[in-house]
Write a protein that binds this ligand. Structure first.
Ligand SMILES: [Mn+2]
Length: 245
């Protein structure tokens, strides 16, 4: 059996704050390790040579949650609620997405990660769901649930026969929700395979069956303790990464 595979975990960066930092929620590191992988945080401050030295050993990619993608990346002006935009992080993660797809390295994209994946493939985003006409649904549970990040607040339906359904082992899951943006126009080669009750896209995958590229709009890393479906996402990423080792 191949050894525990290295999984690159993209990090957040401070925006307009001193001192500048790179950081990642420990829940991502815990989830990858629980699934048998070796998480390697990959901050945007790395020089290209340093990044390449790490990527040589990387067998899987986890795109994490965080601030908003710069809307100029999909040809839109900035909405007043769009926040925590880091051009350096956008560049790193879009490059990382294209690198993974070109090399058929398995990729799991969480929350902002799903949005980055979509934009990297030419898609666009709703910059603020609650500013859209007729959007009744609050996808930001922070205001309602305080700091309880592991409490599910809305259901998601998953397309039967999709890769995501196979991984989760379920066609309906209850998820946590910490996003004010969502997919508007799908990127090239992406299929939407999961939805909230208001039709907001909550899951995507690359249609090419040979390629492991899966994105979810919720935060499974916060749920792995008592939610088998959430754990399965990380287990599938690590298992696929081990095969490509
Ligand atoms: Mn949601």
């Amino acid at each position: 059996m191949n050894p525990a595979p290295l999984i690159a975990v993209s990090t957040s960066v401070t925006v307009d704050k001193y001192p500048e930092r790179a950081y990642v929620n420990a829940a991502y590191l815990n989830a990858v390790q629980q699934a048998g992988g070796v998480p390697v945080p990959l901050p945007p401050q790395l020089e290209p040579a340093a990044r390449d030295a790490i990527l040589k050993h990387v067998r899987g990619v986890l795109l994490t949650g965080g601030g908003d993608v710069d809307p100029s990346r999909f040809g839109e002006a900035r909405h007043p609620t769009t926040a925590e935009v880091s051009g350096a992080r956008d560049t790193l993660e879009i490059d990382l997405t294209q690198w993974a797809i070109a090399r058929r390295v398995p990729l799991l994209a969480v929350c902002r990660g799903l949005q980055v994946l979509n934009v990297a493939l030419g898609g666009s985003l709703y910059q603020d769901i609650s500013s859209e006409p007729g959007s009744p649904f609050d996808h930001s549970q922070a205001g309602r649930q305080g700091k309880a990040r592991n409490i599910p607040t809305h259901p998601v339906k998953v397309r039967d026969g999709s890769r995501l359904a196979g991984i989760l082992g379920a066609l309906e899951v209850d998820v946590n929700s910490f996003h004010h943006q969502a997919i508007k126009r799908l990127g090239r080669g992406l299929a939407d395979v999961a939805w909230a009750p208001d039709s907001i896209i909550e899951g995507v995958e690359v249609s090419d069956a040979g390629q492991f590229v899966v994105g979810v709009q919720w935060h499974p890393e916060e749920l792995v303790g008592d939610d088998r479906a959430a754990f399965n996402l990380f287990a599938a990423l690590v298992s696929r990464a081990r095969e490509t080792g």
